[in-house]
Design a protein around this ligand. Structure first.
Ligand code: CO
Ligand code: ZN
Length: 361
C-alpha cells in the first residue's frame, strides 16, 4: 500500500488544470513507460500507453489527468487577480486556500483572500461568497507588477495542497478526482500479466470541462470494450441520510450502474457491468454498486462513439469531491487496481464477442 501511496502523492501534487496538464502528464509518461510497449502523446495531450495482448481485440482504460482550476479574467489596478472557474467549484471551499498561479516562466504562489469577520457587514456573515467576488493575492501592489511576473488574463491556477495520511488507510489531498483513478490505472499496469486483448491505457485531458480528451481517444482507438476509472461521491458523513451516501469510503471500489443528471443518464453496458461484478466475486474483491444522480465520467463520452463501445466504470468512493481535502481509502484504491487487472486478464475473446453485435439473420 505504501508504493500506491507514493504514486498517488506524486500525481495528486502535480499541477494540471484542464487544458494545462503538462506537469502531471510528465509524471504519467514516466510512470507508464516501463509497463507498456508503446507510449504516444496525442495532439490534445492524452497519454496513450499500449500493452500488447494475445489477440487483435482492444480494451480501452481511461482516467483523467486534469483537475478543476481557475482562470484569471481580470487584474485589478491594485494587483489582485480576479478569476473564473474551470470546472465545478463549491466557492466555500476556495476561500482561505493557497493556490499556484501559472506564470510565463513557472508557478507563483497566491492566496484566495476573504474578509475577516471583524469587517464583514452585519447580516452577511452567513452568506456564501460568489466566485465573482473572490480574488487571488500574490503579494503584488499593482497591475504592472503582476504583468511583470508573467501573469496575464488567461493565466490559470490550481490549489496548493500536499497529500497527507489520516487514520487507518485513509488519505487526504486535492485532485484525487481523478489522480486517484490515474494511480489505479498505473498501478494495475504494474500488476498486469498476459491479457487476451491489447490494452490501451489512456490518461485523458479536459474531463472536467465536458469529457473532451476521452472523445478523441475513443475515436482513435475504437476499442471493443472500455472501462473508465474515476472517483465517485461518498457522502457517508454527518447530516446526510444513508440513502444519499451513494457509496461509502472503505467498503471497496464501486461498480457503476448509472450516473448523470441534467445532461441525461449514462447507463453502464449491462453485460460488461455484470461481467465485472462476476470477476470481483471470483477474485474475492469487495465492491459496492453505484447509482449516482449528479456528475458523470469519461465513459459517457466513450460509449456512444463509432458503432457503440460497450463501456463501464470502476469508481473510487471519495468524500469532499472537488475540494482541497478529498478523502479516499488506500485499500479501496489498491482493490480497484486489482479488480481492473483481473478484468483485463480474464476477459476472453468469447466474453468480448458477447458484448458485441449479434447477427440475427
Ligand atoms: Co470531477
Ligand atoms: Zn473526475
Amino acid at each position: 500500500m505504501e508504493d500506491f501511496f507514493q504514486l498517488l502523492k506524486k500525481l495528486s501534487e502535480a499541477r494540471g488544470p484542464s487544458g494545462f496538464e503538462d506537469e502531471v502528464r510528465e509524471v504519467v509518461v514516466k510512470e507508464m513507460e516501463p509497463y507498456v510497449d508503446e507510449v504516444v502523446v496525442d495532439r490534445w495531450g492524452n497519454v496513450i500507453g499500449v500493452k500488447k495482448g494475445a489477440t487483435n481485440y482492444k480494451a480501452l482504460v481511461a482516467a483523467h489527468i486534469d483537475e478543476i482550476g481557475l482562470v484569471v479574467d481580470h487584474i485589478d489596478k491594485e494587483g489582485f487577480l480576479r478569476f473564473r472557474p474551470i470546472g465545478g467549484w463549491n466557492e466555500v471551499t476556495l476561500v482561505g486556500q493557497r493556490v499556484w498561479v501559472k506564470a510565463r516562466d513557472g508557478w507563483i504562489r497566491g492566496v484566495v483572500g476573504s474578509l475577516p469577520p471583524h469587517v464583514t457587514p452585519s447580516g452577511k456573515e452567513r452568506e456564501a461568497p460568489e466566485i465573482k467576488d473572490l480574488f487571488i493575492d500574490v503579494g503584488a501592489s499593482s497591475r504592472e507588477e503582476v504583468e511583470k511576473m508573467g501573469i496575464a488574463v488567461g493565466s490559470v491556477a490550481v490549489l496548493d495542497r500536499e497529500v497527507a495520511r489520516l487514520q487507518n488507510d485513509l488519505v487526504t489531498g486535492k485532485a484525487f478526482d481523478d489522480r486517484a483513478g490515474v494511480a489505479v490505472m498505473l498501478y494495475a499496469l504494474r500488476l498486469l500479466k498476459e491479457t487476451p486483448a491489447t490494452v490501451y491505457a489512456v490518461a485523458t485531458v479536459q474531463e472536467e470541462v465536458s469529457l473532451r480528451g476521452a472523445q478523441i481517444a475513443a475515436e482513435r482507438v475504437n476499442p471493443h470494450y472500455a472501462i473508465a476509472l474515476d472517483t465517485t461521491i461518498a457522502a457517508d458523513v454527518p447530516g446526510v441520510s444513508e440513502r444519499q451516501h451513494v457509496t461509502k469510503v472503505g467498503k471497496g471500489p464501486a461498480i457503476k450502474v448509472l450516473d448523470g443528471g441534467r445532461g441525461g443518464l449514462f447507463i453502464a453496458h449491462p453485460k460488461l457491468r455484470s461481467h465485472i461484478v462476476k470477476i470481483a466475486e471470483e477474485v474475492g474483491i469487495p465492491y459496492q454498486l453505484e447509482v449516482l444522480y449528479g456528475g458523470t465520467t469519461d465513459a459517457m463520452a466513450i460509449a456512444f462513439r463509432r458503432e457503440g463501445i460497450p463501456s463501464a466504470v470502476i469508481s473510487l468512493p471519495s468524500r469532499y469531491v472537488h475540494s482541497p481535502v478529498e478523502v479516499i481509502s488506500l485499500k479501496d484504491a489498491v482493490n480497484a487496481a486489482r479488480l481492473l487487472a483481473a478484468v483485463l486478464e480474464r476477459t476472453t475473446p468469447a466474453d468480448i464477442e458477447s458484448f458485441l453485435d449479434k447477427k440475427i439473420k
